[in-house]
Write a protein that binds this ligand. Structure first.
Ligand SMILES: [Cu+2]
Length: 134
């Protein structure tokens, strides 16, 4: 299973951003396509919702792996309105600065697999990420 996930994740070039440490993604450099190790190493944990924080204008973490029985704990820690949308699903949450919201179990909202997520306000500014639902 781990190997399958790795193979899938090699695809989009945007995943290269997953290797950038926090705070260094203001000026993305052209980097060779490589396995997004951060995503590959993060394993889903049962129980507590997985935290995803919205900043101005990026997500932390850029890659999140969750179990289908796990929700997400979304927090807008920025100064702007942000949104968390999983592409191709009905999961779309708007949050004002300082707001938090916990989603239902991901298995009720998103099919298992690797999905792109984005902020609908700042997608064109690179506010995107990857979620792996196991
Ligand atoms: Cu945003």
């Amino acid at each position: 299973m781990r190997r399958l996930v790795l193979t899938i994740l090699v695809l989009p070039a945007l995943l290269v951003a997953c290797d950038l440490p926090d705070g260094e993604n203001d000026e993305p450099e052209a980097a060779p396509v490589e396995t997004p190790t951060e995503c590959a190493e993060v394993s889903a944990t049962e129980g507590a919702p997985a935290p995803v924080t919205m900043m101005d204008n990026f997500f932390d973490p850029l890659c999140v792996a969750v179990s289908s029985t796990q929700g997400l704990s979304l927090t807008n820690a920025g100064n702007l309105d942000h949104n968390f949308t999983v592409q191709g699903t009905d999961l779309s949450v708007d949050l004002a600065p300082g707001e938090e919201e916990e989603t239902s179990e991901l298995g009720e909202l998103v099919n298992a697999g690797t999905h792109r997520f984005f902020c609908r306000f700042h997608e064109d500014q690179g506010m995107v990420g990857t979620i792996v639902v196991e």
